[in-house]
Write a new protein. Sequence first.
Length: 669
Amino acid sequence: MTDDSDLFGDTSPSVARPARPEPVRETVQPTGSYSAADIEVLEGLEPVRRRPGMYIGGTDINALHHLFAEVIDNAMDEAIGGHATRIEVHLGADGYVSVADNGRGIPVDSHPKRPHLSALEVIMTTLHAGGKFDSKAYETSGGLHGVGVSVVNALSDDLIVEVALEQTLYRQSYSRGKSASALETVGRVNNRRGTTVRFHPDPQIFGTAKFTPDRIFRMTRAKAYLFGGVELRWSCDEELAGDAVPAKAVFHFPGGLKDFIERRIEGKTRVVDEVFAGKTGRPGGRGSVEWAISWYLGDSFTSSYCNTVPTPDGGTHEAGLRTALLRGLKNYADLVGNKRASVITSEDVLSYCGAMLSVFIREPEFVGQTKDKLASGEATRIVDTAIRDAFDHWLTAAPNQANKLLDWTIERAEERVRRRKEKEIDRKSATRKLRLPGKLADCSQGAAQGAELFIVEGDSAGGSAKQARDRASQAVLPLRGKVLNVAGASRDKLAANQQIADLVQALGCGTRDRYREDDLRYDKIIIMTDADVDGAHIASLLMTFFFQELPQLIEGGHLYLALPPLYRISQGAKTAYAMDDAHRIRLLEEEFTGRGKVEITRFKGLGEMPHAHLKETTMNPKSRTLLQVRVASDRGATSDTVDRLMGNKPEARFEFISEKAAFVTDVDV
């Protein structure tokens, strides 16, 4: 059984750190010229091709599939607006994907502000051009910035648009953001209307990456669950079909999200038999909410959408869902006089729960162009109001299932409280065992929530970090020398390594199949190494260890990289920190332009950095910068890369270095 909720995978951050020379102080003198001739103006869609990450989040496999999401979202907007009833998706073995709808069709008449161009060409070749900036053409929509399809055009080496409008078929071709042909009138069509977009991602941008049939198939099917008024027709070339991907399929789910939940949890043991599902508002209309929730024994998940756009990072609409369920269950507990419910939290209510949430709101605000997280404040109120009233009725209408759900949730909460107390005892025990010179300096708080463990290299850095830390919530574990490379080590060698043993003991959660999330003694595990070659090597070895021995810890979002600054810049009373050379140059040009001597200090390492500076720049949650370590959606490919670069075959590393050597440029430090 496939999973429609896994629409977008995670990407792993790439960290490049320059080597740090000895600390020196220097007086900066103006060098070089800077005039109007140095100001570059990018025309058309060239900014997208120069910086695709700003528009689709990167150039990896996730970004590649985001192109398809942008195109199908446009077709869904036509369906939600009541203008289309059918969307067809075809994936070809040649790498092309096409999306066709039977909606109104993109206008092809001359644009009033650019009479020499058709509206179609303006939309396809101009950023921030579209019909979704007000409610005249679309009451709600998933694309609001006017950059979606133009970005797809910019990042495709071949794109063809066909528009069937007023019984006439029009066609125009594009390549890398520019029109490759004039708008062509193909001829008369009697039984066709709408827009078809067929495109091929540009290998100059995405390399050899290709669409994954299973992923495109699931993304297509998910849209049918989100709006029961549309029929999705899927097809792909025969060579792409398989057990999980049929060559042809038709999706139409009048039951919407409830149909999805019923299919997803089929065969699983349910806590309550009935699925809590409902809708408010006109389907697809402004301010409408649809939800489906089932409590069962299995892995929990919450999948949310806004205007059919998936929001894998949640947001304000999910906050409304959590509030409504928690308050509704507590209100019911008060109604029946159950005093034990005071300990439950929203996490207890949503544990062992499958939840689907879809909202439609006008002009939603997303975090970033990729729309992974909803930020609209009104969504919390809309969802909370809609679901809480329905949940109250659902609970009181069936007391037997309500009492069963309440008792089950209270048991989860009491188990959580009990484990927290056990963890506090385990923390004290582990601290006693690790109280050795240069070993763990633990934090004083008992709960794992909010606690942080900094892994540093050497006693010198450990001493500075211990002085800079918040003793209540931050622990420090110094490691001496290079960490064992677990990718090339035997199990016996791994078991005999004292540094690895100390680290595992400090974490308290076990490794591999013995890993227990509830036993993890810290909320954040932060690798903090010097910004030189040795520091980068140690960070790589530690990340390899966590990837191989504690992958669940990474999946839980607990692993981070600290980013200590490379420079301290001062001029009189003004002080700033620069992360790298480019940042230093930008600060000097923008912030330190006044009179007076400018002094620059290069930090050799964490051990040489005054603890006050280390605290301010790297360890204080209010002012520091952390990079979260995440694993790409294709874990198999990631594992192969780790084995290739960190394994015991030097020829594989040499091959990789040889392949990438052409992309390395000399940096003047």
